[in-house]
Design a binder for this molecule. Sequence first.
Ligand SMILES: Cc1ncc(C[n+]2csc(CCOP(=O)(O)OP(=O)(O)O)c2C)c(N)n1
Ligand SMILES: [Mg+2]
Length: 124
Amino acid sequence: MLLTIGDLSFLYDSNGLWNNYLKANLRIIVINNGGGGIFRFIPGPSDTDELEEYFEASHNHNIQSLAEMYGLKYLMANNEESLNEHLPELFGESDRSIILEVQTPAKENAGVLKSYFKRLKEEL
Ligand SMILES: Cc1ncc(C[n+]2csc(CCOP(=O)(O)OP(=O)(O)O)c2C)c(N)n1
Ligand SMILES: [Mg+2]
């Protein structure tokens, strides 16, 4: 069972891990860009001075501590090499759920996604 989710969505709803019936085959990939990156795309929030503070809700919360609190195994990747290193363990057998945090830089992340959308538009 695989859940891929953004950091804010994961942190907001993390109480769901307070649960005695989590299955050992649950895998959670948290894409952590340090806040709600979607607000860098939506017209309105992205044009205001309040973007980072009130819309993106930029944060530095520790996902490893949260994983440990709930007794889940924790893995972290912040580049392609560490990602490839962890994937076999993430998708291998385990006696408990595993969280893989993928750290991406917020501003660069938005730039890469925007150029991806632009390219898609050009190709279609
Ligand atoms: C279940 C649920 N909780 C909260 C929201 C409100 N919400 C809309 S966008 C957003 C921020 C998303 O940020 P993140 O999950 O970090 O994804 P990103 O945009 O950075 O990829 C939130 C919390 C929602 N839509 N659904
Ligand atoms: Mg995010």
